[in-house]
Design a protein. Structure first.
Ligand SMILES: [Zn+2]
Length: 417
């Protein structure tokens, strides 16, 4: 399989880009259940130790619009030798295989990255020889060869080149510069030594708060034969305005014809702003975080749903004594207001949770801390999060993205998540 990206030509004044990530079979005899294409803008689903949190693959496979997951090597190096390394080495195809088989994720592209961007990291600095990975059993030094062994074992459709990740904005200017240089050095090594030349490689853009270094990192990475670009340091920015500024600075120096991915966009308003700046792929951690807190996504981007929700729920919010004319982005199922609410979680949603359960039952699951509550909310949140991207693509296609974004921001309360 080899990865390519095609940017769709658009007419009109709409902002945002519409593209297609495509897998081409290098061996036509390969029998694959993977999607051939992923339309962008889209989201990629982060895993925890190779599994999508809270849902089984059976449930995950029923959620439309999610084409890829990302695994993190720092979850897989906790053991001295992860079983997937041995699993991939067996010569018997009935007892071995790649990451798709081992983790039972046959219907989604795999992306491997080193660091889980949503984990708190304290590990001391990396060196030219060792990446210091933070695991539940302490800091583990990982070499580039160790990382590429995991690429070889998992056989993902794409992986993120090793990068010199930093943990805080308090690092010195010299350290940020060294991070840019080492990240480029490791990128060159990953490109030269990747186990399979058809596996897509994402180059990581660095530079932190140093705008000249952000520009240098983007320009230099763009000269390499990468398949896409990742900004994974946005969590270092102190606010969303600075995140958007960093995105703008980096993206201005990238070629148009390759995809750009970001980690760390934790608000639908920020995602829309980043789409307008030319970002194509986001992570879906937001949907998981909300589910774990008992919060159901309640926002919709499509025009008809926006209209009907506005009419129905603003009236309802007024009746509840809520003076805001804007709607909440999420619904907190811990709230006792749902104790006797026997309506579906979201009438506009077609997911398993909304088809089978009431708000009252979900409230009951959360106040009694039943595991099923998170399972159902994860299904619901991923469904509506994927829908959000579907309507982003649709509005870009129709040339109405700007209007939809304005309407969305006028409809929803930005602080209600
Ligand atoms: Zn639902």
């Amino acid at each position: 399989m080899s990865l390519s990206f095609c940017l769709h030509p658009l007419t009109g004044s709409t902002q945002g880009r519409l593209g297609t990530l495509k897998l081409s079979k290098t061996d036509p005899s390969t029998d694959s259940q993977l999607p051939e294409c992923i339309e962008t803008p889209t989201c990629i689903v982060p895993t925890q130790r190779g599994t999508v949190p809270h849902v089984t693959p059976d449930h995950f496979n029923t959620i439309p619009g999610l084409g890829a997951v990302v695994m993190f090597a720092e979850h897989l190096v906790e053991q001295r030798s992860h079983p997937v390394l041995r699993y991939s080495n067996t010569s018997d195809p009935s007892t071995g295989g790649d990451g798709h088989h081992f983790f039972n994720l046959a219907h989604h592209w795999l992306c491997l990255d080193m660091r889980d961007p949503r984990q708190q990291h304290q590990a001391a600095h990396h060196s030219n020889k060792f990446y210091r990975a933070e695991t539940i059993s302490g800091v583990k030094p990982v070499t580039l060869e160790d990382y590429l062994d995991l690429v070889r074992a998992l056989q993902p459709e794409m992986f993120v080149a090793l990068a010199d990740d930093l943990n805080s904005l308090d690092e010195t200017e010299g350290r940020f510069k060294r991070s840019v240089g080492r990240t480029l050095q490791w990128l060159d090594q990953c490109l030269a030594q990747r186990p399979n030349p058809t596996t897509g490689v994402w180059g990581v853009l660095k530079g932190g708060p140093l705008l000249d270094q952000r520009i240098f990192s983007a320009q230099q990475t763009a000269t390499r034969p990468v398949d896409g670009f990742l900004l994974n340091d946005l969590s270092l920015a102190k606010d969303v305005a600075l995140q958007q500024e960093w995105i703008k600075t980096s993206v201005a120096h990238l070629p148009l014809d390759k995809p750009r991915m970001v980690y760390g966009m934790d608000h639908p308003f920020s995602i829309l702003d980043a789409v307008s700046k030319g970002i194509d792929v986001f992570d879906s951690y937001y949907a998981k975080r909300l589910a774990e807190n008992g919060q159901a996504i309640a926002f919709h981007l499509d025009e008809s749903t926006l209209k009907s929700k506005s009419d129905a729920e603003v009236t309802s919010a007024s009746a509840d004594g809520n003076n805001s004319t804007k709607l909440p982005l999420t619904r907190d199922l811990n709230d006792p207001v749902y104790k006797a609410d026997f309506t579906p979680l979201d009438r506009m949603c077609s997911c398993y949770a909304c088809a089978h359960y009431t708000r009252a039952y979900l409230h009951h699951l959360f106040i009694t801390e039943e595991m099923l509550g998170k399972v159902l909310l994860m299904i619901h949140n991923l469904t509506l999060f994927a829908d959000f991207f579907k309507y982003i693509r649709q509005s870009i296609q129709q040339g109405t993205f700007d209007q939809q974004v304005s309407r969305f921001k006028d409809t929803y309360d930005s602080y209600s998540h």
